[in-house]
Design a protein around this ligand. Structure first.
Ligand SMILES: C[S@@+](CC[C@H](N)C(=O)[O-])C[C@H]1O[C@@H](n2cnc3c(N)ncnc32)[C@H](O)[C@@H]1O
Length: 230
């Protein structure tokens, strides 16, 4: 196939997938916490502990969902700090805004609705970036671009915190659930939109240094929690 035709195919596939991601998250935004939060909140909260946001810091969350982490981060950085979030879904933005209002910190948080990548922010703006259960949603060929965008908007001393479903460590047999996830993602990507990723390897391949690294189990699936620096 000529290269241009291949690129066009990839572009059409990409537009289809991001449009379907937006519609999917818009549709489930009101029910997201009921569907996912009970399982995911422990890993998400551990990710925030390891990121250790400090008073006065400027922090970005990519794929903020219903806004739980944004509220925690706003408390941690305090009035001298600044929190931004970017998410593809207007529905998620509306739920997150309500959540932040209830937590009394809506005016401290900037919510942007946009598709990532790119990141709609200036270079070297943030002390830290965080993502939970989001990096594994991107097609494998896009993950590198997401991390390079993170590097661009992070300050040179900045840190990147990621929580994601992870592939099993080398040598471990894949769990039935992981094999099911991968099969479902390959055959029905509009239903199962994520797949486990080798997070630590991806981070090292992007030229970043792991400064924190833990794994926990979620319904027998490994979840990697990392903090990286340049
Ligand atoms: C699985 S949810 C995780 C939400 C939240 N981080 C949490 O841990 O509860 C993934 C989030 O990423 C957002 N998202 C998916 N693809 C995106 C993209 N290409 N750009 C920006 N946000 C995206 C979705 O709208 C959704 O809110």
């Amino acid at each position: 196939m000529p290269c241009d035709a291949l690129s066009l195919d990839l572009l059409v596939f990409h537009i289809f997938m991001s449009e379907s991601a937006r519609k999917f998250y818009d549709r489930i935004s009101d029910a997201y916490d009921l569907i996912a939060d009970a399982g995911e909140h422990r890993a998400r909260e551990r990710g925030l502990e390891l990121l250790a946001a400090q008073p006065g810091e400027s922090i970005l969350e990519i794929g903020f969902g219903t806004g739980h982490s944004l509220a925690e981060l706003a408390k941690a950085v305090g009035p001298q700090g600044h929190i931004s979030g970017v998410d593809i879904s207007q529905g998620m933005r509306d739920v997150a805004h309500r959540h932040l209002e209830q937590a009394g910190c809506a005016e401290l948080v900037e919510l942007v609705v946009a598709e990532v990548p790119p990141l709609p922010f200036d270079d070297h703006r943030f002390d830290a970036i965080t993502m939970s259960f989001t990096l594994e949603l991107f097609p494998p060929e896009t993950i590198g671009a997401v991390i390079q965008e993170c590097r661009r908007v992070l300050k040179p001393t900045g840190r990147l915190g990621v929580v994601s479903m992870a592939t099993v460590d080398n040598g471990d047999p894949k769990s039935v659930l992981e094999r099911t996830y991968i099969w479902m993602h390959e055959h029905f990507p509009h239903i199962v939109d994520c797949q486990p990723i080798p997070l630590e390897q991806i981070i090292r391949d992007a030229g970043l240094r792991l400064i924190e690294h833990e794994r926990i189990s979620l319904f027998t699936m490994p979840v990697a929690i990392i903090v990286a620096a340049t």
